[in-house]
Design a binder for this molecule. Structure first.
Ligand SMILES: [Zn+2]
Length: 278
């Protein structure tokens, strides 16, 4: 391998009809109670980028997307009659849950795999990826939240993710789901109670397997904290939702937990926003 980058750069002019749109919006006229996002829904790479120079298997791995999360989000959108947004491209092209200033916005390595197309990305190319694939998704989410908060009910912002059962050859992760938050944890205890009554032996991670850190995450800080909206990030272990049956089972549980939390503890007010520097 040479130091020269051998994969084609991202070029918005080369996106064609084989390439997916930057995001999928579901249920735009659904109930305003919840707004769902799935930042890592897709493993798609623009066709002209030669699969980022990765081995084919790498684009099926968890490093490319959150396995099962898109199907769970689709099911949740239906069960909750909620607007939902699914990002259209792999996090390896540009990560929709990272600020553009983050070193992992366009990752050069992920869980041991180097990403050849992300070496030596110019500022112009990074900006082109953001303009084509990051901003359209986040602007649509922001526009929907702007509209809903002006209405009759404060929406609850829910970011859906999934996590690999094992990372970097480390220990097996015991949690079925993780509830993630940073400054505003008011949904955590009600949700934990709701999940525990639905699934008595459930193992719930509190800010596990990850913690949200304002400057290094994007969706919860931007759409939840910066607005003062009630919010939660829900992480589901991938081996539980990597089949249609598993995704349906857990989507049903998550939908029921969210709905019972809302009816028993809602409505939730807007809080004073916690702003992070971009
Ligand atoms: Zn994710």
């Amino acid at each position: 391998m040479t130091d020269m980058r051998e994969t084609p750069p991202f070029d918005p002019a080369r996106l064609d009809t084989e390439d997916p749109p930057p995001f999928t919006r579901l249920n735009p006229d659904g109930r305003p109670s919840f707004v769902l996002t799935c930042d890592h829904a897709s493993r798609a790479v623009p066709g002209h980028m030669d699969g980022l120079g990765l081995a084919a298997g790498d684009l099926s791995r968890h490093i490319a997307w959150d396995i099962g999360a898109a199907e769970v989000t689709r099911q949740l959108a239906e069960r909750l009659d909620a607007p939902a947004f699914l990002a259209g491209y792999s996090r390896l092209v540009i990560d929709c849950n990272r600020p553009l200033t983050s070193p992992t916005s366009i990752p050069t390595v992920s869980d041991g795999s180097e990403i050849p197309a992300n070496r030596d990305v110019s500022a112009a190319e990074a900006a082109a990826r953001a303009d084509a694939l990051f901003w359209p998704y986040h602007r649509q989410i922001a526009g929907t939240l702007d509209r809903l908060v002006a209405g009759s009910e404060i929406p609850i912002f829910v970011a859906v993710h999934s996590f690999t059962p094992q990372l970097n050859g480390g220990d097996a992760r015991p949690w079925h789901i993780g509830l993630l938050w940073e400054h505003d944890g008011r949904l955590v205890a009600p949700l934990r109670a709701a999940f525990s009554s639905l699934v008595p032996d459930i193992c719930i991670g509190h800010n596990q397997p990850y913690a949200i850190v304002g400057p290094s995450d994007y969706s919860i800080p931007e759409h939840g904290q910066n607005r003062g909206l009630p919010h939660i990030e829900i992480e589901i272990r991938q081996d539980l939702i990597d089949t249609q049956e598993g995704a349906e089972l857990w989507a049903g549980r998550v939908a029921e937990a969210l709905e019972s939390m809302r009816t028993e503890h809602g409505p939730f007010e807007m809080l004073t926003p916690v702003k992070h520097n971009p």
